[in-house]
Write a protein that binds this ligand. Structure first.
Ligand code: HAM
Length: 424
């Protein structure tokens, strides 16, 4: 039997309601913050990711799904969305039309990581990117948006972590100091960090290994080496967050796993998720557009990990706005012909309706209605047909009443309205 490949999951109908809820809340909020959607290809030239994310990062060095196409062009299944948005921003000269641009995207990303709870090889992100704004107020606005999003989703136990990773001017100074410090303790670092020391020393800062952690306790902090412009930017972001009364923690070890960041870097952690607990990652990347041949354009953005948000919501047993279900029980061909236009009309009005497609007995159809978890069954047999009435059965309370055919819609509308009121 052929099964889905390791790290690639089906999202089953029983789960999709929660996915749709998250997507819906995000779309709504993004639109009110002025973002418009961009849909991007899943495949890009490999060079796009190598040059943006960085050759020495874990993503590029060991996690990409890369292969040559039939003509030998190196392609990669996108491991993230930012690089593609940057490419599209430049390719379509979006900078020429307005002073700044706010874009969002959603869809699958691919990383060859070791699958575990909250980590898969195909996963989904909802991301947002802002181009053309250097002001700290936009960094703060994105964090406020994310906070509003958590509240709207009903997601509790989240913590916002913030850092500044400096710029091309001050980061090399810090890198040098850090390297000097770590080099002295090289023998005590884990094997991976010894490699990182040569290739990407900043990555040592977020190593989870205990021995490395204890060495890092006394390591130099990046915030002490920020140039005055980066310091000012960071201070302003923090002051705005305080103004918005948004709680956050400073974490001067937060460096992120992608090389393009400058200044602001942030993550949101969900406390209940175990090892893979980052549900959002983002930050500023002021040099990326220019490095791909576009005009110098500051940029900032984030991506939400959908699987992890869904998992956290499932753990919290978040209730979904349920639609009331109605089942039509129809006995005989004539009754069916009478009911079909009504069913069609009610469905067009937005009612969630099923009916029995086979000519089964009353008992069998009521069983079907139960399996469908119908709140109401509408029953039409020969007797009701002759009287131009239909039985409305409340399936939970097992009580029923006769209603005339022309009143069915009105009565159902009333039931739905009181249901929605009670749900709230
Ligand atoms: P990232 O931190 O690599 O950032 O990914 C963002 C989020 O995607 C993570 O916080 C996590 O929730 C989710 N994620 C990452 N890898 C996996 C995986 N293997 N399985 C499940 N979820 C995963 C970026 O991708 C940047 N492009 C974010 C960004 C946008 N920065 C600026 N703009």
């Amino acid at each position: 039997m052929i099964k889905a490949i390791r790290g690639f999951k089906d999202i089953l109908p029983s789960e999709t309601a929660i996915w749709q809820k998250v997507e819906g809340v995000c779309r709504k909020l993004f639109h009110s913050y002025g973002f418009s959607e961009i849909r991007l290809p899943l495949l890009e030239e490999t060079a796009l990711f190598v040059r943006s994310i960085g050759e020495e990062t874990d993503i590029v060095s060991k996690e990409m799904y890369s292969f040559p196409d039939r003509k030998g062009l190196g392609l990669t299944l996108r491991p993230e969305g930012t690089a593609s948005v940057v490419r599209a921003f430049i390719e379509h000269k979006m900078y020429a039309r307005s002073q700044y641009k706010k874009l969002y995207y959603l869809g699958p990303m691919f990383r060859y990581e070791r699958p575990q709870a909250g980590r898969s090889r195909q996963f989904h992100q909802i991301g947002a990117e802002v181009f053309g704004l250097a002001a700290p107020s936009i960094d703060a606005e994105l964090l406020v948006l994310l906070h509003d999003l958590m509240v709207e989703l009903g997601l509790s136990n989240t913590t916002f972590y913030l850092n500044s990773v400096g710029c091309q001017e001050c980061r090399p100074v810090f890198k040098k100091v850090l390297l000097e410090y770590l080099d002295k303790k090289k023998g005590d670092l884990c094997f991976d960090c010894q490699q990182r020391l040569v290739k990407n020393p900043l990555r040592v800062l977020d190593c989870k290994n205990e021995a490395c952690q204890s060495i890092l306790q006394l390591s130099p902090s990046i915030v002490e080496y920020l140039c005055s412009a980066c310091q000012k930017h960071y201070a302003e972001v923090k002051s705005l967050l305080s103004f918005y009364q948004l709680p956050f923690h400073q974490n001067d070890r937060l460096v992120r796993g992608l090389d393009y960041y400058t200044r602001t870097a942030f993550e949101i952690i969900h406390e209940g998720l175990g090892a893979q607990n980052a549900i959002v990652g983002g930050g500023r990347y002021d040099n990326l557009v220019e490095s791909f041949g576009g005009p110098a354009t500051p940029a900032v953005g984030f991506a939400i990990g959908m699987e992890r948000v869904v998992l956290a919501l499932q753990n919290q047993n978040i209730a979904l706005d349920n639609q009331q279900r109605i089942f039509f029980v129809v006995l005989g061909d004539e009754a069916k012909r009478k009911v079909l236009p009504l069913v069609r009309h009610l469905r067009k009005k937005g009612f969630f309706i099923e009916m029995s497609y086979q000519g089964r007995s009353l008992k069998a159809q009521l069983k079907e209605a139960n399996r469908f978890e119908a709140q109401y069954a509408l029953i039409l047999g020969e007797e009701e047909l002759a009287a131009d009435k239909i039985i409305l059965k409340d399936m939970n309370r097992s009580i029923q009443e006769y209603v005339t055919m022309d009143k069915v819609e009105e009565i159902l509308e009333g039931k739905m309205a009181s249901f929605i009121k009670n749900e709230k």
